[in-house]
Ligand binder design. Structure first.
Ligand code: KE4
Length: 430
């Protein structure tokens, strides 16, 4: 199937004249895989329809939010119904209480939740809160994990940052960087060593409980439990960045699926139903430190706006009412995984496939991908051929080896069979 992208390339040239890099988020620019970003006309269910009339099976689901498929009717209806009554007031609405209560029913171990406008804002606020509560200044993050583009996190960050060879971005001051300590993912000894070096100074560990920004990397047995004990031993708070995993791996996210209790959990993506929503949650004691109850300041003009809350509420209600959604998603992802394995067995190229729930990634390397260092060893030339080959087959994958795929429930097994048919041709040509 020869796809042509004439209109996308024209639109990309126009966009580059008025928007830096022609995109509003760098990973969309195809820098890591080359070629022209695809401009979308509209999307429905499991499919993207681009401006050149190509129909693509979507495996990024807007980087996670579209877990039930694009233009999911209950969410669209909720948005349209709400929009007629005004979109934002800068004043409280009962809708915020309704979605907050539902989210707290679904997520274990949390008493209160504050809504913001992005995952970055949620993670940034969670770290400030942890520093305010513990009166300590340093945080531990993991190389290759991405918690948004707030200064404290752009140190060995994953996702788009790593594809630009600037995991530690210019513009982040030395003062900020010195308070962000780094450890390799899945390396408990390295974290213990940091606590031994700074026993009284570490406010929090922030982690993606299942990493998705160096490809998908599940935590190894005992890793998260070990971090939990270190936080308890050294009076630090354990922040689960569930912007990807929240409401995706289980109704209660990674805390539920992996049975680990965090102190603060951050959300984004799914919680907004496709509109800009982030959130962070904690127990009453921690949240009592947050303005206006406590001194830790955090605010936002559009935080909790009724339009985004209506979309998020419809999304969470749909998820909460669908008992076997996560089993279906896991089943489809397993089917894709097994199909990939069967096809790859026909070709002598090194590969690893990591999967958890509806998150999966394929790495062209012979070593297990367990952290950032092993993830960057992947053969990017293979990845580029794979990405563009699949695109030619009408399959849209993340345009970077340092991302997880996000399956959505609108994907059918015949869509996955089509994906595997395309993959067969791509592997032959590798
Ligand atoms: P946003 O500010 O992009 O809503 O969320 C930041 C964020 C925080 N934490 C995790 C675990 C995340 O994955 C993200 C954002 N994810 C990327 C995809 N890897 C968003 C895509 C993009 O940057 O355009």
């Amino acid at each position: 199937m020869i796809m042509q992208y004439q209109r996308s390339s024209t639109l990309f040239k126009e966009a580059q004249g008025v928007i830096p890099g022609g995109v509003n988020s760098p990973v969309r620019a195809f820098k890591s895989v080359g070629g022209t970003p695809i401009f979308v006309e509209y999307a429905e269910g499991a499919y993207l329809f681009d401006v050149d009339g190509n129909k693509l099976i979507d495996y990024i689901s807007s980087w996670g939010p579209m877990i039930l498929g694009h233009a999911y009717p209950p969410v669209i209806d909720a948005i349209m119904k709400r929009a007629k009554h005004g979109t934002s007031f800068g004043m409280p609405t009962a809708l915020e209480t309704e979605i907050a209560s539902l989210a707290l029913d679904m997520v274990p171990n949390m008493d209160k939740i504050r809504f913001v406008n992005s995952g970055t804002e949620a993670c940034m606020s969670a770290v400030r809160l942890a520093r305010g509560v513990t009166k300590k200044e340093k945080i531990i993050k993991f190389a290759g994990c991405y918690h948004g583009h707030s200064d404290a996190f752009l140190i060995q960050a994953g996702s788009g940052a790593v594809t630009f060879g600037s995991p530690s971005s210019p513009g982040v001051t030395k003062g900020t960087a010195q308070d962000t300590l780094l450890a390799p993912y899945n390396n408990l000894a390295a974290v213990r060593a940091l606590f031994s070096e700074y026993p009284e100074e570490i406010a929090a560990i922030i982690i993606e409980p299942v990493a998705g920004n160096m490809g998908c990397i599940p935590p190894q047995e005992g890793f998260l439990q070990g971090l939990r004990s270190l936080c308890d031993e050294f009076d630090a708070l354990f922040i689960f960045d569930e912007v990807m995993t929240g409401f995706r791996l289980a109704p209660g996210g990674a805390q539920e699926l992996l049975g680990i209790k965090a102190d603060i959990v951050t959300f984004g993506k799914v919680i907004g139903g496709g509109l800009p929503v982030g959130a962070f949650a904690a127990n009453n004691h921690i949240m009592s430190h947050l303005a206006p109850d406590g001194p830790v300041y955090q605010a936002g003009t559009l935080s909790g706006n009724p339009l985004a809350m209506a979309a998020g509420l419809a999304m969470l209600q749909s998820i909460n009412q669908d008992a076997d959604l996560f089993d279906r998603l896991a089943e489809k992802t397993k089917y894709l995984h097994e199909g990939f394995e069967k096809i790859l067995a026909t070709k002598a190229i090194p590969y690893q496939i990591n999967r958890m729930g509806s998150m999966i990634s394929l790495h062209f390397t012979d070593q297990p991908v367990v952290d950032f260092a092993s993830s960057v060893k992947g053969n990017n030339d293979y990845f580029k051929k794979y990405f563009h080959g699949m695109l030619q087959e009408g399959i849209y994958l993340p345009p970077s080896a340092f991302e997880s795929y996000f399956l959505n429930d609108a994907l059918s097994f015949s869509d996955i069979d089509k994906t595997l048919e395309g993959f067969k041709k791509v592997v032959k040509a590798l």
